[in-house]
Ligand binder design. Sequence first.
Ligand SMILES: [Zn+2]
Length: 369
Amino acid sequence: MLKILFVLCFSSCAYRGNPKIKLPEGETHLTISVGRVHKSCLDKFGGKFLTLLDLGMKEGMKCIKQINGEGSKKNRLLLEKLFSSKAITFNCNEKDYFKTSNLSAHASIDTTWNKASLDLIHPYVSINPDYVLSDSEVTGEVTDFEFMKVVLFHEYFHNLGFAHSRTVDYAYACEECCFSFNDVKEKACKVCSTNYSSMSDPRYVKDLLDWGRKSSFKKSIGVEYAFRNALFKKPGSAENLKTFLDDLPSSIAVITAKKLKDLAILEHGKSNENYYDSDPFYKIVQRASDAQIELYVRGSLSKAVKIYYEIDEIPFRDRLKSKTVKDIWDDLLYDMDFVLMILKDSKRMTEYNKLEKKYYEIYNLLPKA
Ligand SMILES: [Zn+2]
């Protein structure tokens, strides 16, 4: 990759190279064009940090401008507004947060992320104090310096209010679209460029699966959770359900599809049928499918939780080795995991604790990769 040495001049060219920057006595922040930089970043990274901020913004914006689409156009305008608000705070001193996280940085999504004691007021970007900003050290395939530029670009999307799994994931989509050279780049650009009405927009549900499941950020995007969240937010959406059922290879999907058909038949006065025999394993498939219908067709969390509580048959260990059976359990666990997160978010801790116990009971039975 051709690297252009760029020297940034703010008020003067005093930052050439990587000089230490000293703030006047009593000052905690340096004012820059997009906001303010806490002295912790200047102490740790020196003038290099300012170069990095400028490059992250310029290169990211250059890319966003080149992407053709209503979504990227909208986000470009929002980013320009964010930068011209001169409100972003950069901090490199949030030790407690990064003690339990190995992320390179994180950013505020709204004012609920404010930490007044650390002077972190939305919008802010907080960089891991242990990050090494070296031109020679390599993270992935780029130097730590190059990588941090990409990270900053990603964090600005959080400042716009975008969160992983909870909103359309423009942060990872635009990061992968603008800064990667892998074969899912195109799919990432599709998401980055599109203007979705919400994360339950059927176009997003489809594009998310298409991109997210193959993305190198698959885990961080939280594809399974985001996908289920989209369905749950718009229960009964025929288009989203179709994508869901097409995507699930397991018997749960087959049963769910059949039950959905039956629901339609029931409305015309016909009775339900028995899909499988009394094999305990298929009883679980039935339950998992019932829970999916409650969650994604009727949008009833309580009823789904009740169904999970009642799972008491434990499949035979030897059957867990079969891929089909393993897939079914994976799907069931994804659904349960999703429900756990919703319960936690809505602070329904009694149900959460009870269900978590059941979740681990099942999880511990599965062979580990
Ligand atoms: Zn992020």
